[in-house]
Design a protein around this ligand. Sequence first.
Ligand SMILES: [Zn+2]
Length: 163
Amino acid sequence: MKAAIIRDNQFVVDEIPTPVPGPGQVLTKVRSCGICGSDMHIFKHAKETLEAFVANGLISADQVSNTDLVLGHEFVAEIVEFGPETQQTLAVGDRVCSIPFIKQGDELNSIGITPVVPGSLCGILVVDGRAAGARSGKPWRRGGGPGRAVGGWCPCCSEVKHQ
Ligand SMILES: [Zn+2]
């Protein structure tokens, strides 16, 4: 699939592998993507940002061997396919959003901030599907917008919440 990639301090459009949803993950089609102030900072200072991520333990040094970055951590997407071990209480075609983190094995990785997990400046994105499970409760609406969260953890109580 095509993605907007930061490579050598420039934006280029190039092909990257289309992700496959693993256990607990959901494959989504990106509908829209915001450009955050963090994205602008990373774009202007990509090398220094990656060095700071390594220095602070956010990623390991071997994870920056590929310095291509696909930014995009504020997005709306549409469910395309459920990976294994997802509860599937939402439907294919439902619009979702997510906090920009995904659990991969024992690691919690950021989406669209490091080279580890491409962000939403591409066509297809994998998000954490735990909030797709059947749970009751008030929707978590960060910033007051309507919608459902897939993979959204409430920062106050660490509960996964959805509508
Ligand atoms: Zn942001």
